[in-house]
Each structure stands twice: as C-alpha cells, then as structure tokens.
Design a protein. Structure first.
Length: 452
C-alpha cells in the first residue's frame, strides 16, 4: 500500500528533514546551530532554516545579513526617516497634485502602494506641530520676555513710589497745620497716590483682572459725594462773619480749596476711564433698512451682548488683557488638538452624499483624513512663509489653495460631474468654516482657562 503526497506536502517534509539533519549534526558537536551556522542557513530572529543564499527569512521576513556596523545603523535611521518603503514618496506628491485620484485608488483597494490616511494625518500633525513650534519659538520668547520685563519694571516703580509715599507722609506729620508748607507737601502726596493707583491698575490689567465698570462708576459716585460735602463745608466757613479776617478760617478755606481741586482731578480721571470703557465696546449692529421698530430695551441689549455671558465675558476680558500669552496658547493648542477636526466635519461631509448609498462613512473618513493632511502641509508652508516675511504670498495661498484642492479631491474621489463638484465644494467650504468655528471655540476655551 502506497501513500501519495502532494507537491507542497512533500516539500514541507523535505524542509523539516533537512533542518533536522542540520540540527542533529550540530548536536553531535555540542554547538549552537543558530550561532555556528552562517546567516544563510538559520534565521537569527526565529531560528527557521533558510534556503541557500536566501536574503530574507521566509517565516518572519528578517534579513539574513546581521550587521554590526555603526555606519549601517545611521543608514537605517536615514532609511526610516526618508524612505518609508517608498510609500510616502508616492503618497505626498499625489496628495498635493492629484488628491482625488489618490483617494479613489485607496478606496478601490490599492492600499499597499500608499500611506494609510490615518497614519499620514497623525504624522502630518506631528510634523506641523514641530514646524509651528519652530516658527513660533522666537515670538514666544520675545513676547514672554517683554511681558515679564514690563511687569517687573512696573512692580519696581510701584515699590519705589510706595516707599516715597511713606517718607512724605512722615514729613507731612512733622509740619504744623498752620504752616503754608503743608499745602505743597499735600500736593506731592496726592501725586504719589495717583501714580500708585495707576501702577496698580496696570499690574491688574497684565494679570487679566482689569477694573470693572461697576468699580469705576462706584468711584465716580464717591468722588461726587465728596465734592458735595466739601462744597457744603466751604459754604459753611464762608458764612462766618470773620471768615476773611480770621487766620484759622482762611487756612481752612485754603485747605478746602486744595482738597476740592484734588477730588475734582480724581473725578475727571475716573470719568475718563469710564469713557474709555464705553469707547472700547464694539458698536451694536444697526437694524436693516426699512424697519420701523425702535431700539430694543436694556434687557434685550444684554441678551445680544456676548460679554454679559459669564463664561464668554471672562474669556474675552482675559484675551484682551493677555493678548500675547493667549495667542501663543491658541497657536500651540491648535496644533495639539487638530485631530478633533475630523469628527467635527465627518457628519456634515456625510450629509453631502446622503442620497448616494454607495458611499459609506469609511469613504468620507478617508477623504477627510487625506484632506486634513494636505491642510497640515499648507499650514506649514504658510507659517514658514510668514516667518520669513512673505505674508502676502502666505495670505493668497490661504485664500486660493483650499477651494482648489477641495474641488479636485471631490471630483476625483467621488467621480462627480463639474456642476455637482462645484456646489459640493461651496458647501464643503461652508462646512469647513463652521467646523473651524467650533474648533476655534474649543481652542479659545482651552487657551483662556488652561493653567489659570
């Protein structure tokens, strides 16, 4: 009775037999077959028997040549950075020049030839973060140093002024009340107090805690009340019969006049701050022409004023008085949280093809990831151009390139007609704008309150 074996089975048995013979021969000598055999006989990774002169293991794929050269290690690093098994060199040019064909080929199953969209997007985000950190590094250092120097300078001046005020108050206490020199000393003290108040307000602004409208109005009311009381005292002294002949009354009248002048000066300063606060507020939108309705009530104005909303109002004030720091945080977190753009835009992209059943969410995800990868490349290019003072060119690229790229990718990926591609490109631009608005709101929130 004979047993016939297939060609594959017989080859497998032959390989096993040959490998067992090799192992058996080396067991007789007590040697390690993996260490003693040349690389072309036994794989150093999985110990599988290799065919003669085989360059790679048929089991694990490792090269049969095991190098021990530092130069080869450098070669591997360069290969890993710039080669990517030639996938990147095919994917990146196609993404820039013909994104529609790239997306379509990947969706049709040509996966091995190109970098996967998710891997490409994650890699582009990493590179974009690196490029932005390089282009923004100088700005970060300069702005942080300038803010720190300014705050330190104000603090030093404030400390010096407070010491001067203490000295002048001691000198005032040593002067007799009826001495004419006290008026000059009070003038100096008043100027020092005003300077201290101004410096304290500047520090509060730098720390993101500006003086509120209510505090300014309260100060105005207090100064007006002080003026009323001072004028009443002045009138009471003037009614005295010996007001013009009594030295004590004359001295009191002069002191009151000086105090009134100080209070009027403080009132004018507070009113000036209140006027600046009003001028800093953005003008309200005018109603459309032809409307016969009058302006709304105060309650309605509050509803339309975003600054009255606690969260948004605090964020706006923080951004106003810490512009440099807030902008830097926004730029940094915009790169770090770029991945949220895909889940934000994906549902809207699906709506553009809701009636085309052949396209599923996976198709839209591939389209979105490749599109966002290209936008990362564009952002890097724009940031580099802006870094080297090519702001006009960067601005034109930002305006023109995205719609052109979206049109080409839509037309090639979804195989659309010109008219269908045009209206979907317009809709996609609106979707991108809406998605960026939501994304910007997230970044502003994180940038404003992170680390506070």
């Amino acid at each position: 009775m004979t047993i016939e074996l297939s060609g594959i089975a017989s080859e497998a048995i032959a390989d096993v037999a040959a490998e067992s013979i090799v192992v058996h021969e080396y067991e007789k000598t007590g040697a390690n077959p993996q260490a003693a055999n040349p690389p072309h006989l036994v794989c150093a990774n999985c110990s599988a028997f290799l065919q003669d002169q085989a360059r790679y293991c048929h089991t694990c794929g490792q090269s049969s040549h095991i190098h021990h050269s530092l130069l080869h290690m450098v070669e591997e690093v360069l290969h890993g950075l710039f080669h990517f098994d030639t996938k990147a060199w095919r994917t990146l040019p196609a993404l820039v020049v013909n994104p529609g064909q790239l997306t379509r080929q990947y969706l049709d199953g040509k996966r091995t030839a190109f970098v996967s969209p998710l891997a490409l997007f994650l890699f582009m985000v990493f590179i974009m973060f690196f490029v932005l950190s390089f282009t923004l590094q100088e700005e970060k250092i300069n702005s942080s140093k300038a803010a720190l120097d300014k705050q330190q300078s104000i603090s030093n001046v404030l400390a010096t002024t407070q010491k001067s005020l203490s000295v002048e108050l001691k000198k005032e206490a040593e002067i007799k009340n009826n001495d004419a020199a006290i008026f000059e000393k009070r003038e100096e003290i008043h100027e020092l107090r005003r300077l201290i108040k101004t410096l304290e307000e500047q520090l509060e602004n730098l720390n993101g805690k500006p003086e509120t409208d209510a505090a300014i109005q309260n100060e105005i009311a207090q100064r007006k009340l002080e003026l009323i009381q001072l004028h009443a005292s002045q009138a009471s002294i003037a009614k005295s019969s010996d007001a013009t002949t009594n030295d004590a009354h004359i001295f009191k009248m002069k002191a009151l006049n000086q105090q009134i002048a100080f209070t009027e000066s403080d009132l004018a300063s507070a009113q000036k701050k209140a006027l600046k606060q009003i001028q800093a507020q953005p003008p309200k939108d005018e109603k459309a022409k032809g409307s016969n309705t009058k302006s709304t009530s105060t309650d309605e104005d509050k509803n339309t004023d975003l600054s009255t909303i606690p969260y948004i109002g605090a964020a706006l004030k923080h951004a106003k008085y810490e512009k440099e720091l807030t902008l830097y945080k926004m730029k940094s977190k915009a790169a770090s949280f770029a991945f949220v753009l895909m889940p934000i835009s994906l549902p809207f992209l699906w709506l553009l093809f809701a009636f085309k059943r052949k396209y599923v969410m996976f198709d839209h995800a591939v389209f979105s990831l490749y599109s966002l990868s290209f936008m990362c490349i564009l952002i890097m290019l724009i940031s580099v151009l802006a870094k080297f003072n090519f702001s006009t060119t960067a601005g034109w690229l930002f305006v023109l390139i995205p719609p052109i790229h979206m049109y080409r990718q839509l037309r090639g990926a979804y195989q659309l007609s010109v008219s269908s591609t045009v209206w979907r490109t317009i809709a996609l631009l609106l979707i991108a704008f809406f998605s960026l608005t939501l994304y910007a709101a997230l970044i502003i929130g994180l940038s404003t309150y992170a680390g506070r």
